[in-house]
Ligand binder design. Sequence first.
Ligand SMILES: Cc1ncc(C[n+]2csc(CCOP(=O)(O)OP(=O)(O)O)c2C)c(N)n1
Ligand code: SF4
Length: 346
Amino acid sequence: MADTTENKPAIETKVYTAKDFSSDQDVRWCPGCGDYSILAQVQRTLPALGITKEKLVFVAGIGCSSRFPYYMNTYGFHTIHGRATAVGTGIKCMNPDLSVWIVAGDGDLLSIGGNHFLHILRRNVDVNLLLFNNRIYGLTKGQYSPTSELGKITKSSPYGTIDAPLNPVSLALGANGTFIARSMDRDPKHLQDIITRVAKHKGTSFLEIFQNCNIFNDGAFFLYTEKETKADNVLYLEHGKPLVFGTNKDKGIKLDGFTPVIIDLTDGKWSINDVLVHDEKSRDLAFILSSFAEHTGFPAPVGVFLDIERPTYEQELYHQIERHISSKGQGNLDEILRGTTTWTIN
Ligand SMILES: Cc1ncc(C[n+]2csc(CCOP(=O)(O)OP(=O)(O)O)c2C)c(N)n1
Ligand code: SF4
């Protein structure tokens, strides 16, 4: 076959660096906040994705994390509390060629925005949804959030919380999400890899990021992020690879009926062949992995829990409009508004 590319005009493509995505605004997060790392990893990941700056839009609600769009040298919206998902849905539906990123804290996305969180996932709008989970309300100075652990003492729960926390990954699975992942502010390389996967998925890509709020909830995730405890408490998920963890990869996950159990790979009783193999295409397995949070002593899975395909909301929307125009012709809004179901009141 003849090479048809040689006569095509050269397309000017700008090669970006992380610095190109950094705005001229002073970053106002507290020194040491985990949000800095997440901002840096997003800015470092974007150049390789080859998306021009004009096609990128960051949308946020209200919270410390929601200041994110100010710090990105892209289009952005700082909207209202809990409604970044609704605004992001509107942007994507009206401009399907844009790459839409929604940034939200656990209060913003799961308290006031909990309803919209479920609906964006079930609709499968093609946006990237980043949850900065610090298990606290940071901006309003330390009230408990829907992901705060049971019994947590905060300014708004002086005798300890009595409501069980939400599990964002389980919730996203229950809402029929198509891409569900988790990473950590203190694991920059892993976070960059997962952000790349998030960007490539077509549909709502949900990423929970463990984020340290060093002022109001310091150390909430240190068990998973610090060198001394990380290996025994974090399970890195890799598609097609056995679920092993521990300093010497000497522990594995096995299923006993529907119940996950931890097996010791050094006691001679079990081998690597007994270990469950990760499958990103299995919603059932993703549910089992997300339930580890409720099993005492189990590691926290990080990586991609689920990555499956389903038509996106905006695809379905445009197909429906096209189908109706081709069968009924172009509509007339004025005629519809003044149609048979309107009355004149004298
Ligand atoms: C309608 C409305 N209700 C409440 C608030 C107060 N408020 C501002 S941010 C916030 C929650 C912040 O926590 P989170 O979403 O977890 O973000 P973080 O600050 O921790 O990043 C609340 C309750 C508000 N701004 N608007
Ligand atoms: S209050 Fe917490 S989440 Fe907010 S900027 Fe400070 S450290 Fe970060």
